[in-house]
Design a protein around this ligand. Structure first.
Ligand code: ADP
Ligand code: GN1
Ligand code: MG
Length: 365
């Protein structure tokens, strides 16, 4: 089916003026659609859902519909603007939340959140602070969401121990014959085997609370209001599932407190920016509104390190398995991404004491 025909499956009227690839997500195919209706231009986000990654699209979209309508109510109660502060799914003409084409491909549309920006790197600490508060606030808003209603869209998404087992299998199978060229990276990961279950063990013992979390808190998954500079809307809700606050904190640090891009090839540029780390700690704690337990607070640095190690391991697993999960844009892209993550872990280990000191500075404020 042609793209224009796909758009006609949704409840949008008017003439499609343009459709162009948009954003820098690694999972879905995202396009910006411009439509003219009665002389006015409207913008939408059109996405092909990655069905290799998300096997249960009905469950995935049920989560998104449930979470967005719940958020909209909370935002309205608090006097906010639900249309800008929560994602809004455009229904299909059949009343569905997504369209499954005859070839099995799945598509969805969102209202485009205008006058807002998404950053792929921290340019100003203020933006990172805003993202921290937005992600903390997101978690606080969903504190009473009935978690049993959520489908686990990717089982064991942040179960680092299981990710390690998958990684070990990829090394053993070595289907692309790449393992011998990445022995150093493999050894770095293997040397940290005992740390992998630090979070899941504590969750199992009841020492860390299970919450409704976002689980993919990269800076480019939050929109910042261009006019006010304030965190506006948390997007990319595909992985909203029961999880740990430390996953959300950790993943944001992994991405935003790195002095380099996630796929930087010059590893000398990779380090943990303690200034941005501090900014994020401050904003996240503010957004969470005092809801984090003592244990969660103490373990924030562990969350940062494990999410970074896990992500490095996932990139390397994908590299060894033939680059089938993350979208790549050049040869060895996943290996480059893995290397930055491992270099960042190494720098976190060097700065471990300071990472704890910074949390201590803000925890009782
Ligand atoms: P992926 O899962 O591939 O990361 P996302 O849902 O994060 O996909 O979308 C990719 C990018 O598209 C985002 O980083 C953001 O720049 C942009 N985007 C997504 N949804 C919206 C929206 N409703 N309004 C404006 N921009 C959006
Ligand atoms: C993916 O979808 P996106 O690009 O926001 C991935 C995250 C990784 C991230 C690494 C569903 O996020 O888990 O941390 O890439 N999302 C999924 O950049 O696997
Ligand atoms: Mg995204």
């Amino acid at each position: 089916m042609k793209k224009q025909e796909l758009i006609r499956e949704f409840t949008v009227e008017g003439t499609v003026l343009s459709m162009q690839e948009y954003g820098n997500g690694h999972i879905n195919r995202t396009e910006l659609v411009e439509i003219e209706r009665d002389g006015r231009r409207e913008k939408y986000i059109f996405q092909q859902i990655n069905t290799d990654v998300f096997k249960d699209v009905d469950g995935l979209m049920e989560n998104i519909m449930g979470v967005t309508s719940y958020l909209r109510e909370r935002i309205e109660e608090q006097g906010g603007a639900p249309d800008r502060e929560a994602l809004q799914v455009i229904p299909t003409k059949n009343g569905g939340s997504y369209y499954r084409a005859p070839d099995g491909k799945c598509y969805r549309m969102y209202l485009f959140i205008s006058d807002a920006v998404c950053y792929d790197a921290v340019k100003r600490p203020e933006d990172f602070y805003e993202s921290a508060e937005a992600f903390g606030n997101f978690q606080a808003l969903l504190a009473d969401y009935p978690a049993e209603k959520l489908h686990e869209t990717i089982p064991d998404f942040h179960n680092t121990g299981k990710r390690f087992a998958t990684f070990c299998r990829a090394v053993r199978d070595d289907i692309c014959g790449r393992a011998s060229s990445v022995e150093q990276e493999i050894a770095f990961i293997m040397a940290r085997e005992e740390e992998m279950t630090a979070l899941t063990d504590r969750l199992a013992k009841g020492e860390l609370p299970l919450r409704v979390t976002h689980n993919d808190t990269k800076l480019n998954n939050v929109m910042i209001d261009s006019r006010t500079g304030k965190g506006l809307c948390v997007i990319d809700l595909d992985t909203v599932m029961p999880g740990l606050s430390l996953y959300d904190f950790g993943d944001s640090i992994r991405f935003g407190a790195n002095t380099s891009a996630e796929d930087e090839t010059d590893l000398a540029k990779v380090s943990l920016d303690l200034g941005n780390y501090e900014v994020f700690v401050k904003g996240y704690l503010k957004g969470c509104r005092g809801s984090l337990t003592e244990k969660e607070l103490t373990m924030l640095p562990v969350g940062a390190k494990l999410m970074t190690l896990e992500c490095g391991m996932r990139f390397l697993t994908d590299y060894l398995s033939g680059d089938t999960y993350f979208r790549i844009h050049r040869e060895h892209h996943n290996l480059d991404r893995c290397r930055t993550q491992l270099a960042l872990v190494a720098d976190m280990e060097r700065k471990w004491a300071q990472m704890h000191e910074i949390v201590a500075k803000y925890r009782d404020r």
